[in-house]
Design a protein around this ligand. Structure first.
Ligand code: SF4
Length: 101
């Protein structure tokens, strides 16, 4: 997928994570629950109040999914949040500020 610089990458990540949550077969809980928890954190409907806590929690969920999911879907889904945090930190900050108001 190719996007220009007008695209909100948090929205892109949210849509991708929601797709993974929909496609999760539900066999193992790290993927079944983790994809939904990450989707919530990307749309602002749940998650900690501070930015540092948000990153820490998203990292913890992703680490657990990568280490314990039974197949590649659950192992790969956290790459969405990893890439978002690494390459678009300013958009993450703006998103967290907008949902906290
Ligand atoms: S990691 Fe694979 S087996 Fe586990 S719930 Fe997700 S899709 Fe199913």
């Amino acid at each position: 997928m190719v996007f220009d610089d007008r695209r909100n990458m948090v929205d892109v990540a949210h849509n991708a994570m929601a797709f993974f949550a929909e496609e999760s077969c539900g066999k193992c809980f790290p993927c079944r629950i983790g994809t939904h928890r990450l989707t919530e954190r990307l749309n602002g409907t749940a998650g900690p109040a501070t930015e540092a806590e948000w990153h820490s929690e998203v990292d913890d969920i992703g680490d657990t999914m990568m280490a314990t999911s039974a197949c590649g879907l659950g192992m790969a889904a956290p790459n969405i949040t990893r890439s978002l945090q690494k390459y678009f930190p300013d958009q993450v900050s703006a998103h967290l500020q907008s949902v906290s108001q």
